[in-house]
Design a protein around this ligand. Structure first.
Ligand code: ZN
Length: 585
């Protein structure tokens, strides 16, 4: 993983305008000191998605997603962190530091590779359109594939025999070099008698990464032959377990329509697209893996996993379910759809059309819990020992679930189904792992939330806090860490110009949604802040008194509490007077 220096990241952020970045996908309108729009991450009718142009942070008060420009690209476009940094740095005209790039020539090599892969895709497409592509065209015609789909998804044809790729990229005098490069891209293989084309006499599918760059190919045999599907080998650009076919092509439609179907193969994805269902994704010829499921759930919280109704299909569904369990959260509602035996999406779409297929998706897909219970039952068999096996297997699987609430809910379902009570829930110390990284809520009272909001919005308020304020969050480990860090940043006189929110987000990336929320809350006025501070101090004193102190301390604190209440009264009189003034005016 690339390590960018804080100074570099700051520079990228300061050269990026998050409003521009977000406005490409969300219509933003000025609302108070922020901009508001309809959230791109969840379905809503009135805007709860806020962007602070001032602090360059966004937050959705509906679904809780929030962060800065890197996070937006990660959440919205599925970029990995280094990709998001590189993308924005490039846009800002900045060089990626050599220390990160390790090899300064890498940029150039990547660009060249992208060019060649795109060139190969075009060459296959030309072949398909030409005389030699007739067989492949006939096949596509027979499968009912429209011209627009063939063009938009980069379908092509690799001719039989050897030498095609070398001819496409011919460069006099540099044959060896070009062949080596094509091999690195997975387009040629090196045998005893030299280089040969990897794809021969195959219908070609262009595979793109999340950004839409061509990274590899799938080739389907025409007629008889093995293997039926041949993919590019793993290369620096092509990582099968990270990719989903159709991702860059369908991402926007999936978000807009709030529909996502995972199917088995390339032809299924294309058949759906041909029926105006540009909502399909498929793994690349292998069983779906954890990284792909993570990607899917990031894109849409209610995906439908579509499987054949036969034994193999049910096994594949079970494997997907097992991989999914650790990632599942109560907020996700994936469903499973088994198709009638002997059918696949392609054949069903052909026989019954797009609308009927959409109906199946909407009405026949089963919730993940029901699928799990049915699968368990099937595995365990009948009778008392069957129920015991079911409980045992369920118990083992439940242990992999991270979401403790969902785990308890599912546990109860199994207990009901089997009549067996499962081993008692062990309190697992939740490692600061995915659960935290994914922004599990931190418990804050209304007062604490408003107080932190007031501080973050005007960091100079940190500077004026009384000493005792350092203990305000001792009972909340996670907040205390953040809060004391903000304290120390602000205490450093030279750090006056440091943007506290940005600094904290860098040091506590798992808390960035929360920090973004504070920044995007309605501004807290000075007088309100004073009142909040008094309340915080009063609460802190009550906490100390409760904890049991020497008599002296207790008397002193009681006295202070009395003072605070007096001040609070004065403040609220002042506040009321101001309000009366405002309404009178
Ligand atoms: Zn939202």
């Amino acid at each position: 993983m690339a390590n960018f220096s804080p100074a570099f990241l700051d520079e990228v952020i300061s050269r990026t305008d998050i409003v521009d970045l977000i406005a490409r996908h969300v219509e933003l309108k000025k609302a108070g000191s922020n901009l508001m729009g309809l959230c791109p991450f969840h379905h809503e009718k009135s805007p709860s998605f806020s962007v602070s142009a001032d602090k360059q942070l966004y937050y959705c008060f509906g679904c809780g997603k929030g962060g800065g420009p890197f996070q937006f690209l990660m959440d919205h476009d599925g970029y990995a962190f280094p990709e998001a940094v590189e993308y924005l740095a490039e846009k800002a005209g900045m060089e990626i530091p050599a220390a990160v790039r390790q090899d300064p020539g890498e940029n150039e090599r990547n660009r060249k590779a992208q060019e060649m892969l795109a060139g190969a895709s075009d060459a296959f497409a030309r072949m398909l359109a030409g005389e030699q592509g007739r067989k492949a065209r006939d096949y596509l015609k027979q499968r009912g594939m429209p011209e627009a789909i063939i063009r938009d998804y980069g379908l092509g044809y690799a001719p039989p025999g050897y030498g095609f790729m070398q001819k496409v990229f011919a460069a006099a005098g540099r044959e060896q070099q070009v062949s080596a490069r094509l091999e690195a891209l997975g387009l040629l293989f090196k045998g005893e008698r030299g280089y040969g084309d990897r794809f021969r006499d195959r219908l070609m599918f262009t595979i793109r990464d999340r950004r839409g760059h061509v990274v590899g190919f799938g080739g389907r045999v025409l007629g008889e032959g093995e293997p039926k599907y041949l993919n590019s080998p793993e290369t620096s650009w092509f990582h099968k377990s990270d990719l989903l076919y159709g991702f860059s092509e369908h991402r926007d439609t999936i978000r807009k329509r709030k529909q996502l179907v995972i199917v088995e193969g390339y032809m299924d994805v294309l058949a759906l697209a041909a029926h105006d269902l540009k909502i399909g994704l498929a793994p690349l010829g292998t069983a779906i893996g954890e990284r792909q499921i993570r990607e899917i759930l990031r894109l849409h919280d209610a995906p439908i996993f579509c499987f054949d109704g036969d034994r193999a299909g049910r096994q594949a569904a079970w494997r997907a379910l097992e991989r999914m369990l650790p990632l599942l959260k109560a907020e996700y509602t994936p469903r499973f759809l088994y198709l009638p035996e002997g059918e696949d999406p392609d054949s069903l779409l052909k026989s019954e059309g797009g609308e009927a297929f959409e109906n199946r998706l909407n009405h026949d897909a089963q919730p993940v819990l029901a699928t799990w219970l049915a699968g368990l039952k099937l595995l365990a068999g009948t009778g008392a020992d069957g129920r015991a096996r079911m409980a045992k297997k369920a118990d083992a699987m439940l242990k992999s679930m991270e979401d403790t609430y969902l785990r308890q809910a599912w546990r109860q379902e199994v207990e009901q189904a089997t009549g067996i009570s499962l081993q008692h829930e062990m309190c697992r110390p939740s490692a600061r792992s995915d659960a935290v990284a994914a922004g599990e809520a931190v418990q804050l009272t209304h007062l604490q939330e408003n107080f932190l909001t007031a501080l973050m919005q005007k960091p100079e308020r940190f500077r004026e806090l009384p000493d005792m304020a350092a203990d305000f969050f001792v009972d909340n480990e996670r907040i205390q860490a953040l809060y004391s860090r903000a304290f120390s940043i602000k205490a450093d006189a030279e750090a006056e110009t440091i943007d506290i929110a940005r600094q904290l987000i860098r040091e506590f990336p798992e808390d960035q949604a929360m920090i973004s929320r504070w920044i995007n809350q309605a501004p807290v006025q000075d007088i309100e802040y004073k009142s909040l501070l008094l309340d915080m101090e009063a609460n802190d004193i009550r906490r100390r008194i409760k904890r049991g102190l020497s008599l002296d301390d207790s008397v002193r604190l009681q006295k202070r509490l009395g003072e605070l209440q007096g001040q609070q009264r004065k403040l609220s009189e002042q506040l009321n007077a101001e309000k009366a003034d405002n309404t009178g005016a």
